[in-house]
Design a protein around this ligand. Structure first.
Ligand SMILES: [Zn+2]
Length: 464
């Protein structure tokens, strides 16, 4: 072990020497060669130290200390002004671009790292050494267009250091020193900051969310959280409001992406819903109402992906459709052909068939004598007798059977009686209890307060 340590120290000293040499572009070649020779001597001494295996630690440390170069060779900082001595001597060194500057190379379609190495005039055999280092470097054989490699060079143009964002929060760093390439991981600083957004719906949720600075993915997250209580296809109205506190994630001080929604309020047709994110003991996150009831219910409000519809929908036009609903025991969702349709709840497929009235249709039996029916698919995705999970795609919107335009006809039947899925009372999910409820409420209070302030401020702003 001790020998390893000595070698490491020597390596460090050598790396420092080469780093130092790399800065000395202004130094006459001969001098560099001499310092280089000193480095070679160090290696020799290092190898000789192999014989010191049995030397007491203190002695070994002393030997290494005597051999080690000064803690920090005078590497000039690129931005530092010359010291008085340097100015007097008139040899203020040029900032060493090769040490602090990275050359960035973006991977083009069809390009391999081999090709990049050739393009940069780097040794291809060195690349093979690098790829063989560990699991991280092995991944460099599968690079994607748009990935960025950073390179630093030695003064002779050969590869000194290579950097590659191997994971979202880490660089893979390959240092090439006298003994060959060494790979390591460099953690990048990741932090998240709660961010507020609010909006009022005029045309669509997506438009309002976009105006509030939210990404489409964040909008989908919002709709998923409230999708158990609110039918985002049929029930969204002009004047609906939302208030969201979500994570913005930064890397190395720069915005990277949006994270999770932490807390949100959605006011739909005057009815106010709130949800808060909470992780259980296993670190799995769920959303709960302030009273500790899970947002997730036994049935989805709208059994289809509203994002296919919402982009060009006008909430003011929905009333006529709702009137028609009562006439035929179901709800019609007008949607483009191919819109995925979900199982509203978990259950078993009791019918997956075609006939001239219903077209391609699927019936699902759920617990509690509930059956859901889905008609006019362009294509069915499940078979008779198949078990389905809630949210599973069971087919795609079409216009087969007695239908004049692409739409989903959806029925909700309880004990053989057609019910309106939006108003039928359903068993409520068990809320958090005991210590789980206490910790949830403790962590959610600041967010509820913050949402409350947002809502109040918005109320005053709209009165002005
Ligand atoms: Zn219908």
């Amino acid at each position: 072990m001790r020998l390893m340590k000595i070698r490491t120290l020597l390596n460090e000293a050598l790396t420092r020497t080469s780093a130092y040499l790399a800065t000395l572009d202004w130094m006459p070649r001969l001098t560099r060669a001499r310092i280089g020779a000193f480095g070679v001597t160090l290696v020799a001494v290092g190898l000789a130290l192999g014989g010191l295996e049995r030397t007491p630690p203190a002695d070994a440390a002393m030997v290494v200390e005597a051999l080690a170069l000064p803690e920090r060779p005078a590497i000039p900082e690129p931005t530092a002004r010359p010291t008085v001595d340097e100015a007097l001597a008139g040899i203020a060194p040029t900032p060493p671009q090769s040490l602090d500057g990275w050359d960035s190379v973006e991977v083009r379609p069809g390009q391999t790292l081999d090709g990049i190495f050739r393009g940069q005039d780097f040794s291809v055999s060195l690349l093979h050494e690098i790829l063989a280092l560990d699991a991280d470097t092995k991944r460099l054989t599968r690079i994607r267009p748009g990935d960025v490699f950073d390179f630093q060079r030695y003064p002779d143009g050969s590869l000194r250091r290579m950097r590659y964002p191997v994971d979202e929060d880490a660089y893979l760093l390959v240092d090439v020193n006298a003994e060959g390439p060494v790979a390591s991981r460099l953690r990048r600083e990741i932090f998240s900051e709660p961010t507020e957004a609010e909006g009022r719906i005029d045309s669509s949720l997506f438009a309002a969310a976009k105006a509030a600075g939210m990404s489409d993915a964040m909008t989908m997250q919002l709709a998923e959280i409230f999708g158990w209580d609110i039918d985002f296809v049929l029930e969204i109205r002009e004047g609906d409001r939302f208030f969201v506190i979500y994570e913005k994630i930064y890397r190395d001080g720069e915005y990277l992406r949006d994270g999770d929604i932490l807390a949100a309020t959605f006011v739909n047709q005057g009815q106010r819903f709130q949800a808060l994110r909470h992780e259980d003991e296993d670190g799995v996150a769920h959303y709960f109402a302030p009273d500790g009831r899970p947002m997730k219910k036994a049935f989805l409000r709208a059994p289809l992906n509203f994002s296919y519809i919402s982009s060009n929908f006008n909430p003011r036009r929905f009333h006529p459709i709702l009137k028609r609903v009562k006439a035929h025991n179901g709800i019609d969702y007008r949607a483009p052909t191919g819109t995925p349709v979900y199982a509203a709840g978990g259950g078993k497929v009791i019918k997956s068939a075609y006939d001239k009235f219903n077209g391609h249709h699927v019936f699902i039996q759920h617990p509690g004598s509930i059956v859901t029916k889905y008609l006019h698919f362009t294509k069915r995705n499940v078979k008779n007798g198949q078990a389905v999970k809630q949210g599973q795609v069971i087919g795609y919107v079409g216009s087969t059977g007695m239908s004049t335009a692409p739409h989903l006809h959806y029925e909700f039947v309880v004990n053989g009686v057609h019910r309106d899925p939006r108003t039928v009372p359903l068993p409520k999910a068990e809320p958090l209890q005991g210590s789980a409820l206490a910790s949830f409420q403790a962590e959610s209070t600041p967010f509820l307060n913050r949402l409350g302030r947002l809502e109040t401020a918005s109320l005053y702003a709209s009165r002005e």
